[in-house]
Design a protein around this ligand. Structure first.
Ligand code: M6R
Length: 610
């Protein structure tokens, strides 16, 4: 989604803003722009396309400005063109504004402004907001008050930055529903959608909460609520190194993150497995053990890849602890008046911790009196702060739009949670030890699973011009099939579907012909023979079989045209190993088809609008 960066201080702001915009590219966008205060005037420079297109436009532009705001736009209202790109300004060009989110009552406000003679250049809801702020500014309010008063009448979600040529020493920032973080420097201040845009300058940050507005000067910040109450904000130190958000020697972030998985899963489980006790220790849940013991039902809410990991989590928690679990798309949960009982626990899973639908599901659950927990990657994100407890997955920054290492870490963390809940509810110590040992062995097994690039490339060569793929699996590998299909769709634009293998005969089998590649995830488990029968059914109809199997399975070689083997593990953790070749398949397929792997069309990394 849109990326926001602002700078006020003593340095030339233009290179800082452009650097910030490049760091925010991963969020997904289709135009970029900046506004600077040059002497007493606001200069707005914006362009449809990539940040590099904006840089080309700025090639001969020289600036002395020490205050400015920058934006990458992911279109919601109006096409991705130069005019709709942010920043937007008011009629006399005294105010410029950038915005992430959606102003839901913009039509009502626009009608009022049109009546007052206001002229609009773009189709965006954002331009309505800048004119609206301007209408309060003209009434003699300063920029902070004008922005606050306008926002108190706004419905919807926003993270905004506002500057004025008449108040050259301040940036006003505010948020509701979309993230914003301040970076505190020495005689300079930064503000951005996420810490990646400011980490090269400072590690001291302040996370804004919903309905908060802040006035930033080069050496101070003052925060209030939209309803005009003063608030004290805590400065926090973030533990993020610049190297973690760079590609290093990899061609793409996605590839780097695929190869990071032995390490990221190790980080997710580090210090949390009690081998001797056959148990797990999760600091974030330590004070909630009684609550967990009382829990009668867990409802997991999430979206996309996190939803797939949640489906594996459902299986793990039900099998290990015997607690009924339901997994809900966060976007559906929030609008269907879910029945929630007082001893239900809502557990939300999100890599970014900022997904609007997931956040809304948490708020819906809280309104109904439920306890809400999180499983989140980004430390300090909204979901981490809005839930009463939770577990960080500690996978490190995930920049590639296609989520990879977050999935394997989320499943590993579900393994720890399942073990903890299971041991609370009568799981024997021997069983606990088997699971604990298996969790510890996962990073080494992931390393082995990564040794499949040659086979993956053969499959890519054979099928790079195909238009459809089917992915089939059972048990925990049904979610693996869904995730494999999502990865392929997202970055190579091949239509792909994931199905439970046994469901195939209820419809999708009609699609099988001698052109259809079918990926079977067929580990040597209790359902092996059943899946082998499904393989026979596809073979009988001429389908092309690709199998993800275990390294001690020789039988499969007789039935599949392409076989990739990964180490054996417990069923619970199969998805962690089986997804590795499927991530690589999606990656190399996208490369072979000339697709932009890290910034696939139309996608955003962190979906902060509904
Ligand atoms: O940050 P979250 O885990 O909440 O994001 C959820 C989805 O938007 C995300 O997983 C999306 O589906 C990815 N593009 C998948 O690769």
């Amino acid at each position: 989604m849109c990326g926001i960066i602002g700078y006020i201080g003593y340095k030339n702001s233009l290179p800082i803003l452009l650097d910030g915009l490049r760091r925010l590219e991963y969020r997904g966008y289709d135009s970029a722009g900046i506004a600077l205060i040059e002497n007493d005037k606001i200069e707005i420079l914006k362009k449809a396309g990539k940040v590099s297109d904006l840089q080309d436009k700025l090639k001969n532009y020289s600036s002395q400005s020490t205050i400015g705001i920058g934006h990458t736009r992911w279109a919601t209202h109006g096409a991705p063109n130069d005019i709709n790109a942010h920043p937007h300004n008011n009629s006399d060009n005294s105010i410029a504004l950038i915005h992430n989110g959606i102003i839901e009552n913009y039509q009502t406000i626009k009608k009022k402004l049109l009546k007052d003679g206001c002229k609009f250049q773009s189709e965006t809801d954002t331009e309505v907001l800048v004119h609206f702020i301007s209408s309060f500014y003209k009434n003699g309010n300063d920029l902070f008050t004008a922005t606050r008063l306008a926002l108190s009448e706004v419905e919807g979600a926003y993270a905004i930055l506002v500057i004025s040529a008449k108040e050259k020493n301040k940036i006003i920032a505010a948020r509701k529903g979309s993230p914003l973080v301040l970076g505190i420097g020495e005689n300079e201040m930064f503000v951005a959608s996420d810490a990646s845009a400011l980490i090269s300058y400072t590690n001291k940050v302040v996370y804004l909460d919903d309905e908060e507005i802040v006035q930033l000067t080069s050496n101070n910040f003052v925060t209030k609520t939209i309803t005009d109450e003063e608030i004290e904000k805590q400065i926090e130190k973030i533990d993020l190194e610049i190297g973690q958000i760079e590609k290093n020697n990899f061609d793409h972030f996605m590839l780097k993150e695929i190869y990071e998985q032995p390490e990221s899963v190790k980080n997710s489980i580090r210090g949390r497995v009690l081998l001797e006790e056959g148990d797990a220790k999760l600091g974030g849940l330590q004070d909630f053990h009684d609550q967990l013991k009382k829990t009668k039902r867990i409802i997991i809410t999430s979206c996309g890849t996190s939803w797939h990991a949640s489906l594996v989590g459902e299986y793990i928690i039900e099998q290990m602890a015997g607690i009924p679990v339901e997994v809900e798309y966060a976007s559906e949960f929030r609008y269907r008046s879910p029945v929630i009982n007082s001893d239900d626990l809502i557990w939300s899973v999100s890599q970014s911790g900022e997904t609007a639908d997931t956040l809304a599901s948490i708020r819906e659950a809280k309104n109904k009196g439920a306890k809400t927990f999180g499983i989140v990657n980004v430390v300090g994100s909204s979901i981490a702060r809005e839930t009463s407890a939770g577990v960080y997955i500690h996978a490190g920054p995930e920049i590639g739009v296609a989520s990879t290492k977050a999935f394997t870490s989320q499943v590993a963390v579900f393994g720890l949670i399942g073990l903890l809940l299971g041991r609370q509810r009568g799981m024997q110590i021997d069983q606990g030890r088997i699971i604990a040992n298996e969790i510890i062995s996962l990073p080494e097994k992931i390393k082995k699973a990564l040794n499949c690039v040659d086979q993956v490339k053969k499959i890519v060569d054979e099928f790079k011009n195909t238009s459809n793929f089917l992915f089939l699996g059972r048990g925990t590998n049904f979610p693996t099939a869904l995730e494999g299909a999502l990865k392929l769709k997202e970055i190579s634009y091949i239509h792909a579907e994931g199905y439970p293998a046994a469901e195939m005969k209820h419809g999708p089998i009609a699609l099988i012909d001698d052109k259809m590649p079918v990926v079977f995830i067929v580990p040597k488990d209790n359902l092996y023979d059943k899946v082998m029968s499904n393989i026979q059914e596809v073979r009988a109809r001429g389908g092309r079989i690709i199998a993800i199997a275990n390294d001690d399975d020789d039988e499969i070689d007789n039935f599949a045209e392409f076989v990739i083997k990964v180490p054996r593990t417990l069923n619970y953790f199969g998805p962690i190993l089986n997804i590795i070749p499927l991530q690589l398949l999606a990656y190399y397929m996208a490369i072979a088809r000339g697709c932009n792997v890290d910034q696939p069309r139309n996608l955003a990394k962190s979906v902060t609008v509904e």
